[in-house]
Design a protein around this ligand. Structure first.
Ligand code: FAD
Length: 298
């Protein structure tokens, strides 16, 4: 099923993100993660592609295929154009079709840490929008794109960032997933700005339950997310108490999600960090809210 059609059901779409195991681990380790997430019956599971320059690109397709063909759960395969030439993109598209995968999250990709990195040669595309255009021309996929409620870290002009996003939408993006954020008001403002500019494709909020302070520091350095004082206070207070911090992180994410769902959001995408136990806790916390919204949609 195409993910864009899931949004027609007039109920929030709930999905999870996982990443391929490190090169040193066997692909089998991912089964435990998917087993745990499958019990929660998500609308789909997305699989990252070489995120953070991990070099695990070739496992994305294999894992997306496991999700789709062994677990019968809709799969969203991430694909980046910074780490794939145009020919490689075509070969991934072919393999996705062969594996019955109909959904792609089209991304530019994280920039490598290499200080000598130069933007791609003519064999590569430079922007996510170029990849969207290419996929649109080359197959019947449902295409997702990334968006940034607090602005993309490389662009300090929000208006310009939104113009670039609108180009990506106009080239054929069917739905959006946001970068993680911890302040819902920033999302609401962003959403309102997009609606004013005529954007009407579904937007899922990307929520990351944070369970340790190092994770937050890494997130801020990678994507520049705003950390509200309320959230920072929790991190500082419990940084040396693993259990308390995990509990507080789950509660914070739960509160964010309930607020977003109550405001009528199209969907929630949980960055699970391959920890199904945390997804279980959150799903249990929001269970009644999701049930109430589903009943309303019938
Ligand atoms: P783009 O849409 O290309 O935007 C990147 C920057 O370029 C922005 O600042 C934008 O304003 C600017 N821009 C866009 N078009 C133009 C133009 N025509 N002219 C000038 N400037 C322009 N990374 C991975 O490596 N693997 C993953 O699996 C992965 N999954 C992700 C999932 C989600 C939901 C999100 C939100 C991010 C994910 N990322 C992943 C990170 C993503 O690759 C980075 O955030 C990357 O820096 C931007 O990707 P993009 O597709 O949004 O880029």
């Amino acid at each position: 099923m195409k993910i864009k059609n899931l949004f027609n059901q007039k109920r929030p779409v709930i999905s999870f993100e996982i990443f391929p195991p490190k090169k040193s681990s066997s692909i089998d380790t991912i089964y435990k993660t998917i087993d745990g997430l499958a019990e929660l019956k998500p609308d789909y599971i997305s699989v990252t592609y070489g995120a953070g320059g991990s070099g695990e690109e070739n496992k994305t397709l294999e894992i997306a295929s496991i999700v789709k063909n062994k677990y019968n759960i809709e799969a969203l395969a991430h694909l980046t154009c910074i780490s794939s030439t145009k020919d490689e993109i075509d070969s991934v598209l072919r393999e996705l079709k062969e594996n019955n995968i109909e959904n792609i999250l089209a991304l530019r990709g994280d920039l490598p840490n290499d200080p000598n990195f130069k933007f791609p040669d003519p064999l590569h595309y430079r922007y996510g929008s170029d990849l969207v255009k290419h996929i649109k021309k080359n197959g019947e996929f449902s295409i997702g794109g990334a968006c940034y409620p607090e602005g993309h870290i490389e662009n300090d002009n929000m208006d310009n960032d939104i113009e670039n996003l609108i180009r990506k939408i106009n080239y054929g993006t069917d739905f959006l997933i946001t970068q993680l954020f911890f302040e819902n008001n920033n999302f609401y403002k962003f959403h309102e700005d997009l609606v004013k500019k005529g954007v009407n494709i579904p937007i899922q909020a990307g929520i990351m339950p944070v369970t340790n302070k190092k994770q937050v520091e890494r997130i801020v350095s990678l994507c520049g997310s705003y950390i509200p004082p309320k959230f920072m206070k929790i991190m500082n207070k419990y940084e040396h108490n693993k259990e308390a911090l995990m509990e507080a992180g789950i509660c914070y994410a739960t509160e964010q999600i309930i607020d977003l769902l109550s405001s009528g959001i199209d969907g929630i995408h949980i960055y699970t960090m391959n920890k199904p136990e945390i997804a279980h806790r959150i799903t249990k916390n929001i269970g009644c809210v999701v049930k109430a919204l589903n009943e309303k949609a019938v």
